[in-house]
Ligand binder design. Sequence first.
Ligand SMILES: Cc1ncc(COP(=O)(O)O)c(C=O)c1O
Length: 401
Amino acid sequence: MTDNDNTQAMIKRGQHVVMNTYGRLPMTIVKGAGPLVWDADGKQYLDFVTGLAVNSLGHSHPAIVHAIQEQAKEILHTSNIYWIPNQVALAERLVEHSFADKVFFCNSGAEANEAAFKLARKYAKKHFGSHKYEVVSLENSFHGRTLVTLTLTGQTKYQDGFDPLPNGFTYAAINDIEGLRAKVGNNTAAVFIEPIQGEGGVIPASDEFLREARALCDQYGALLIFDEVQCGVGRTGKLFAYEWSGVVPDIMTLAKALGGGVPIGAMLATDKVAQAFQPGDHASTFGGNPLATGAGCAVLDVMLTEGFFEDVRERAAYFQAGLEQLAQRYQTGGTVRGKGFIVGLPVSKLGPEIVQACLEKGLLINCVGGKILRFLPPLIVQKPEIDHALQILDEVFAMIW
Ligand SMILES: Cc1ncc(COP(=O)(O)O)c(C=O)c1O
């Protein structure tokens, strides 16, 4: 029996017992090192998906492995009824390097957004009264799969079949300033924005739009919430995406890359806003546990090393320029967009086939909405590997166009 037979047998077993909620490729990834992964047959791939923006330092980064191993030897989990040293240490690092004063830890992006939503509702009620409960989010956004975060998500395809949805939600188009003005008012508790829409197809919010959102929130006493679950923690070439625009939110949510592969979520807020939560208002059994926050500290220690982000930005610009050249040469149907290493390329045809052809040639990429190629390489990817990825894309584009 070959490894491939084993994989196919495992997939069959999985189809019997694992709920059918994902459109999965018929493969399994069993090992990773830096920007590379291997499937069960030992075939090597360059990973430009990184677990959908999770493994930002590449696979099995020694600092993360070390932190997890050392923590596992001591204790894996306690409870938030006690103080957790790694949790305090990670909160200190996040506070020191962001606008925020306080952090709440949880286990995923959806949970972080749910926490942000609850905090905003509580804050609005406390400071303004019960009428102020509405939330504005953006069309084409993605905020998660719990009922509230699904409702925040401005794409009906994710909501169909789950109604009735909670009320008090309204949507504005990204980068439409007049449209946003029409939605925000006295009853608005919060405005939710991804500084770069990820699942929506790598669409950056303009600085002007973000500035207007900030001004409207200030005018109406609403909270500005940035969902940096996908675009935060170094992905754009700065620790947080909001740093590019200089527009500072009241609340920010993180997850994905923060744990380097260990599940974690975080909701950061200013002191004034955080005070709306009192003991008993919100909780999470696993939130901020010693293992996850130990991994988080290791991730930030690496990213906060002198010169780390300058280097990331230089290599990201190199990749974007190379990709743009290919897009021009083959007239693939759009121009490169995004920031740092969250990069999108609209294609006029055959998005999933391009993904498949790249996979066969040893490059993992992803496609959103069937027509936007999304590239989420690890931040540690080097120029020879970028050249290799561009070479594969060149060959695939030559086949398609
Ligand atoms: C911007 C954004 N917010 C929230 C989420 C949900 O995160 P999770 O799947 O960890 O719940 C995602 C997931 O892709 C995301 O991209």
